[in-house]
Write a protein that binds this ligand. Sequence first.
Ligand code: PLP
Length: 473
Amino acid sequence: MSASPLAPAWLGYPKDVNQLRAIEWPAGVGRDSEGELSVQGLLVSDLAKEFGTPLFVLDENDFRARAAEFKRAFDTAFDELCGGVDVYYAGKAFLCTEVARWVTEEGLRLDTCSGGELAVAQAAGVPAGNLSLHGNNKSVAEIARAIELGVGRIVVDSLDELERVAVLARNTGTRANVMLRLTPGVHASTHEFIATAHEDQKFGLSIQPGTSGTSAALTAIGFAAKHEWINLLGLHAHIGSQIFEADGFSLAAQKMLAVLSEAKERFEVELPELDLGGGYGIAYTQADEPSTPQLIATQLAEVVKTTCAELGLAVPRISIEPGRAIAGPSTFTLYEVGVRKDVSVEDGVGGTNPRRYVSVNGGMSDNARPVLYDADYTAVLANRVTQSDAIISRVVGKHCESGDIVVRDVYLPEDVSYGDLLAVPATGAYCWALSSNYNYLTRPPVVAVKDGVARLIVRRETESDLLARDMGV
Ligand code: PLP
């Protein structure tokens, strides 16, 4: 067998179809002496028996190590500049009370973006001062809750919201801690960044001069810096997600520091904090070669140091908000294979090529990213190894949509069949978090493995859960 013309350019025909590319998997994952996939010595077949499939399997040691690594790397790089960095784990990637506690124990703070996420943080006992609240359209109830709780920062997204926060702070008699989210005109995604404008989207206050000649960003800074019920901590930018080019982060940092400098000149305020957001890319497939927290931190520290020196600015306290890079690689999804279907795909020059569809017992309800973003993943046969040849395959779910794709292109062993287990790595971020009950599927559980012991941290939904809100029952 050889490479299929149906495979994308980045996908090579595997030398060994059983091999795991380490960077795509949690540190605790390997194959045991028989070839079965295991996590910290626990066999996936045993996990499947105990917890069922589909199943999110989260290597807690790996998750914690990644969280701690971000904190350590950024603290080290920025130690001399601003005494270290506040790392906010972006809870939107994956949040439950256990995760909220882990990040707190590892010295991180927690970024939430709704009343629901705040409720999880509260239930986990995260100190309010360690929380931030994001969102482009926070409700009055969400803002009031954040102020009353005393969250460390409300990241304000618009002038409308700023006024609302000021009124609510005055009404509750509590000064609101505020960061202003700006759009620095840098937008980055996956393998590219656009350094001109990304004005045409819903988030943040623009730094471009408006019709009055002043930008929304400076108007907001002027308002907030002088308002008695607002404690303006600083500025925030998040330039995108799954980013590999460090240049995008550097450019955003330079632009944000320039705004801090302008604010200093115009309003005589030196804002003490700058949040540079998240967005660090991870390896989903062979196409992805992510950087390390150390490299990113070192480069950013250098840019911040030089730019502040050029602008005559004291280095602000830096914070970052990684989500995907902590949660994503810590987890894989375990599915069971149902049916197979072989098709012949015309190549447009008179020939055809085979493609195999392998259906699993989950799909777009537990991983919406392929449907939402055309995201690519990989998969391996997990319950055994095989000597079989590889065939270009498409792993699909069980939903009533032809777009219900889990892994668009992967070489799987030809002998994968009914009852086999497939594992899809790097599903820790924005998979469970985006899961749905489409077709009334019950959402999968999350099992965490720590020091060789597995425990449920989120249970599987039941049919009773599905019917619980149906008032006709
Ligand atoms: N901060 C903000 C404001 C975001 O919108 C996001 C993700 O969308 C993040 C942080 C986390 O990004 P990532 O998970 O790519 O690190």
